[in-house]
Structure formats: C-alpha cells, structure tokens
Design a protein around this ligand. Structure first.
Ligand code: PLP
Length: 387
C-alpha cells in the first residue's frame, strides 16, 4: 500500500496543470513585471490576468486584490495594517477564539506590546460564533473584527454574513481568513460583506508561498513593508509572477471541481465518521456534522494523546495531524477545541483527518482496519483512560 495522505489541510500537492501554467514564467518568460521593456510587459500582462481571474473568483475588483506570500502574510497585513492605521483613534480589536495563529498572534502582539484592547469572540460547542455576542463586544473604538470563514482544525463554516451585519451597522472593519474555505465552498466577498479577506495557494493544489489579500475599495491600511511601489505600495517587493499565475490556475480548477468534490468528500466523510464510531468506543466528532467543509474530519479518542495515535498511524503509512500544537516535546491541547468547550482529555486525543482529491474509499477502509487495534493498544497503556 502506498502511503496515505490525509493531511490536506496542512498542504496539498501542486496540480500538474498548475505546474504547466507556471513553467513559462519560471523559464522563458522571466521578466520583472515592473520593467518597461518587452520582457517586463509580458510578465505584467500575466500578473494582471491572474489578478483579474482571482478577483472574479471571489467577486471583487482586480484593483482590490493584493498578492502576498500566503495566508500568514495576508492575515498579518490585515490585522496589523488596519490596527496601525487606526492607532490612537480606534484601539480595540475583536478576534475569534478559534482563529489560526496567523491572526491570533498579531492580535496578541498588538494587545501585549502596542496597547490595543483585545476581546476574544467565544464560540459554541461546534465552533460557531454568535452575532449577538459580537454586537456586545463591538464599540465605537473597535478598529477590526477578524473571524475565519472555515476552520482549519474542525471544518466549521462560520456564518460570516450574519456577523458582518453587526459590524456594517457600526462602520467597523471585518476581516475573514478564508484560507480553508477558498476553492472548497463559494467565496464571494459581497455576499459575505467583508472588508478584508485572506487566501492562500498551497491548500488548494497551488504553489506554496503564494496568496492574496482582498482589501475593499476605500479601506485604508498601513503597509508592513517599504521599498517599492509594487501592489500600490501596500505590499512592495518584486512580484511572484509564476506564483500568481499558479494561484489563478489552482482556483480555476478548484472552481470547476467544487461541487463534485464537495459531494464526494461529504459522502466519504460521513462513511468514515460512521464507521469509526461503529468500530471504536468513546470517540467524538469535533465540529458540526453539517455546515462544515466535508474533507475535514476531527475526532477525539478519549483517554489517549493525539501524538501517540499520530505516530502509530504514521508507522502504518497513514499521514494525518493531531489537533494539538507540539512545542518542545510538550503537547498542548488545541486552542480551537478548548474554545469549543472540549475537556482537556478529549482535546488531547484529537486527530484531524483531512481528505483531498486523491482520497479513496479503499484508503479509508485501510485506515478503518488499522485504527481500532491502535486505539485499543494505546488505551490499555493509558493512565488517562477509563479511570
Ligand atoms: C494554512 C493556514 C494559514 C496560513 O497560510 P500559509 O499560506 O501557510 O501561510 C492561515 N489560516 C488558515 C486557516 C490556514 O489553514
């Protein structure tokens, strides 16, 4: 059996058509998009075509789309860029409890080191935030609210449109991290009502180190980089033309496949969840059964460390991820699961299986065969289980 890759929320392979689309811009068409000669113009045309394509994909104007190096940079630029712009006038931020670290950490930095007030928007047991709670937190001093669209650990799809209704009434900016949603469900900045939106290439079969930030016309941000007039001075640096072309191609493919992939992954995920629960006692699904991006299946196996499950699965050629972040050997339970009110022993035993285009029922059957004895063996050794 070939190794089975069930960690597509961490990254995906680059689609062959994406590589093909990028190749000319890595080889013969290598011009700098800022150069005035024919080489430069050729690169500029490709860059702007990619921008138009991606803008159409999320329903914004090309002039509202800024290329970045990926999700982390887009999130940082959104959070820090708006905060720095409003500093002294609006010194308050609200971020979701289950945000990616690329949003949480800049927000915590602004709070701890730059004097911003910070409120964390809580979520319920399935990871959903409430518009009423948001309304209680937002004040006339709030610069930005940042709540992600689809969660990377649990797949929970947040009702962003309901949340932006709250901020729109008060003139507060709203950013959403749509890294996991883009290419898996429809992402339309107008329907969502957001002012800023982050996306990345490598979670949707595009190249690593490519991404974009949507900044609605009229929204002001302070740049984080200085050194050129690229991307209207908001993100200077020689443009990654091949990367932009690859990102556009990856989205084009994702768009064509979206409905079919959603249906296939829903069926596979439901099969997998039901079978795991049939075969193994004391398992919980983290996140909702519906209103989720289907390829993300996060399960807690009570009484064992996720890390030990992960290592045992890896020895059987199965690659997935634990919901917890491992820092210098000590495993911390995931902040996402803790925010959802999971008990520490459940959060610790969480495993994320994230499916992709290559995932088959046969692969899942192999996992379903290997998993029960692993769980049983680890539980027999665990001082946390059944005591
Ligand atoms: C992966 C991820 C990021 C970071 O994106 P990079 O392109 O890897 O920097 C941010 N947010 C979410 C939700 C992610 O899953």
């Amino acid at each position: 059996m070939e190794p089975i890759y069930l960690d597509n929320n961490a990254t995906t392979p680059v689609a062959p058509e994406v590589v093909e689309a990028m190749l000319p811009y890595l080889t013969t068409k290598y011009g700098n998009a800022s150069s005035v000669h024919s080489f430069g113009r050729e690169a500029k045309v490709a860059l702007e075509q990619a921008r138009e394509q991606i803008a159409a994909f999320i329903n914004c104007e090309p002039s509202e789309l800024y290329f970045t190096s990926g999700g982390t940079e887009s999130d940082n630029l959104a959070v820090l860029g708006t905060a720095y712009h409003y500093r002294g006038r609006r010194d308050h931020l609200v971020v979701g409890a289950t945000e990616h670290h690329a949003v949480l950490e800049p927000a915590e930095y602004l709070h701890c080191d730059e004097g911003f007030a910070l409120d964390i928007l809580p979520v319920d047991g399935d990871g959903f935030a409430s518009p009423d709670t948001l309304a209680e937190l937002v004040t006339d001093k709030t610069a930005l609210v940042s709540v992600m669209y689809a969660n990377n650990e649990t797949g929970t799809i947040q009702d962003i449109a309901a949340l932006t209704k709250v901020t729109r009434e008060t003139g507060v900016l709203f950013h959403t991290d749509a890294v996991q949603a883009t290419g898996k469900i429809t992402v339309d900045v107008k329907e969502l009502g957001v002012d800023l939106l982050s996306l990345t290439g490598h979670k949707i079969y595009g190249p690593k180190g490519t991404g974009a930030l949507f900044i609605r016309q009229g929204v002001k941000i302070t740049p984080l980089f200085y050194g050129g007039s690229h991307e209207k001075k908001r993100r200077p640096g020689t443009e990654n033309v091949a990367g932009a072309v690859g990102l556009a191609k990856a989205l084009e493919i994702a768009g064509k496949r979206m409905e079919q992939d959603f249906a296939t992954h829903t069926e596979l995920a439901n099969y997998f969840i039901d079978e795991v629960m049939k075969r193994i006692p004391d398992v919980h699904l983290n996140g909702p059964r519906t209103n989720r991006i289907p390829p993300t299946v996060n399960l807690s196996f009570t009484g064992i460390e996720g890390e030990s499950i992960l290592l045992s699965l890896d020895m059987e050629g199965i690659a997935c991820s634990s919901g917890s972040a491992c820092t210098s050997g000590a495993t911390e339970p995931s902040h996402v699961l803790i925010a959802m009110g999971k008990k520490s022993v459940d959060a610790q035993g969480a495993i994320r299986f994230s499916m992709g285009r290559s995932t088959t029922k046969e692969q899942l059957d192999y996992v379903l065969e290997k998993l029960p004895p692993i769980i049983q063996r680890l539980r027999e050794m665990s001082p946390m289980y059944g005591r």
